[in-house]
Ligand binder design. Structure first.
Ligand code: ADP
Length: 478
């Protein structure tokens, strides 16, 4: 495995907390302590904001081509070290190694994509009303950016924010999740070695609430980009009022997966397996609710159960593992509670979880049928390897069921009739829709949600806009 960081990366160097305080990072598969990382003090955080502010004027002045070259170098360096980073991600997060490799590749692709976007940030010249007047529209970096990221994709969630921000000419302070700060810290050093100047990209750890408040309160931090729960997203919205801070929020989902009666069953079940059990069900775009046409529900359910049973649950570092542990005991307890509550509320646990000698975090793929919109498991984001199945009779009913949630991140529609699938998807209130597809996360596409799943987009040519502000020059030539 790569060097395991035990300090923060600030102003181009490894730093401890001024108080010497730290907290442990453990492997969710076996509780091994991987490292202790700093718990920054309030003064330390204030200092980092000053560092990022000082670095801004020279970084935004670096020619776009040069920033592009640095982003490409980061992408290439990540690919060179794909195995090191994959091992670190699996150690701190638990996902199978193959998925961790996929995450590093995906992250490298974001840096490559934004190396290409960095040189295409162009403004406009707009015809004015009088002959001696000119209107110019410029795009400028928004300034210092704070990023708060979750534990489910320890570097990918950072890469897609950071790539766009560096391309735009912003400086950056990242606060990764306390469960998984190690790969983010390792990325900071890799970026520094790839040419990112000191102070431009800093990674800090410590009390989330305190750091969050600092970032939100600071007039210097002009933007905060967050991926995490809707609950914390709402706190950030409230806090942003004080400084009228720009936010990008990628919050929770409650993804429906509609299977029409003309769907290719094999394709639908394979899509379901990927869309449900990837990262042990711990992604915000993971299927939360299977909505299956009543005509094919028995066949779909039987096939889904058969495939779910085949998945190997275990330590992510073992080469045959397909479903790793959940991130923590609390996360596992929540999923188990949801399964039990569904049963108590009248659903049938058709494929129950099997107990695992490794401990409660290792939850095997579980299938629950007869789920109704009144049930708790329908309303909550499961974030675990549990499939819930609800049947419907008409497309209109499926659409109503799918939309009956305050969330609006990802949705999936399976049908062999593409025009039917298109019609259904036009009525779905979601930011991203996979038609016969659950592999919807692509660097070239805009990732993000509507309703309580947040606002702003990451990825593609759209993702850089969130880190730019428009300035318009109205020029009269005397
Ligand atoms: P999850 O439930 O998936 O852990 P959270 O929204 O709690 O999702 O966490 C996502 C990120 O937000 C993490 O980096 C976490 O430390 C951070 N976080 C948690 N609470 C706050 C807060 N009050 N202010 C700012 N960041 C927070």
């Amino acid at each position: 495995m790569t060097h395991v960081p035990s300090k923060n990366f600030i102003n181009g160097a490894w730093r401890d907390s001024s108080t010497g305080e730290s907290f442990p990072v453990t492997n969710p598969a076996n509780d091994e302590v991987l490292a202790h990382v700093p718990s920054l003090s309030s003064d330390d955080v204030a200092h980092v904001i000053t560092v990022a502010d000082r670095a801004l004027s020279s970084w935004r002045a670096v020619p776009a081509r040069k920033r592009s070259d640095i982003l490409l170098a980061i992408s290439q360096a990540l690919l060179t070290r794909i195995d090191d980073f994959a091992k670190l991600i699996t150690a701190e997060q638990g996902k199978p190694l193959a998925e961790s490799r996929g995450e590093v590749l995906y992250s490298a692709n974001y840096f490559r994509w934004y190396s290409e976007e960095a040189v295409r940030v162009t403004g406009d010249i707009i015809p004015a009303d009088s002959p001696n007047k000119r209107i110019f529209v410029l795009k400028e970096p928004i300034g210092v950016v704070g990023a708060i990221t979750p534990w489910n994709f320890p570097i990918a969630m950072l890469a897609r924010k950071l790539g766009a921000a560096l391309a735009a000419g912003c400086t950056f302070i990242a606060k990764p999740a306390p469960e998984t700060p190690l790969s983010a810290l390792a990325l900071a050093e890799l970026c520094h070695n790839s040419g990112v100047p000191a102070g431009v990209f800093n990674v800090i750890t410590g009390d989330a609430e305190m750091i969050g408040e600092h970032l939100m309160r600071s007039p210097v931090v002009r933007k905060v980009t967050f991926t995490g729960s809707t609950e914390v997203g709402k706190i950030l919205i409230r806090q942003s009022a004080e400084t009228v801070k720009k936010l990008t929020l990628e919050l929770g989902g409650n993804a429906p997966f509609i299977v029409c009666d003309d769907a290719d069953l094999e394709q639908a079940v394979e899509g379901a397996i990927y869309g449900k059990y990837r990262n042990a069900g711990q992604t915000c775009v993971c299927v939360n609710r299977f909505l299956v046409h009543q005509k094919i529900a028995p066949a779909f359910t039987a096939r889904l159960i058969a495939r779910s049973k085949e998945l190997v649950v275990g330590d992510g570092s073992a080469s045959n593992t397909q479903v790793g542990p959940l991130i923590s005991d609390e996360a596992a307890a929540k999923v188990t509670r949801l399964i039990n509550t569904a049963h108590n509320e009248g659903a049938t646990v058709t494929l129950p979880p099997t107990s695992n000698p490794r401990g409660i975090r290792f939850i095997s793929p579980t299938v629950i049928t007869g789920v109704k919109p009144s049930m708790t498991i329908w309303k909550e984001e499961i974030f675990g390897p549990v499939s819930t199945i609800t049947t419907f009779a008409t497309d209109e009913e499926a659409i109503t069921l799918a939309n009956s949630t305050p969330h609006g991140l990802a949705a999936y529609v399976y049908s062999s009739n593409l025009s039917r699938a298109m019609k259904v998807s036009e009525h779905l209130e979601y930011g991203m829709i996979g038609i016969n597809d659950t592999a919807i996360s692509s660097v070239q596409a805009p990732f993000g949600g509507i309703k309580e799943s947040g606002f702003g987009r990451e990825g593609g040519r759209y993702g850089i806009d969130d880190f730019l502000v428009l300035k318009y020059l109205s020029v009269v030539m005397p």
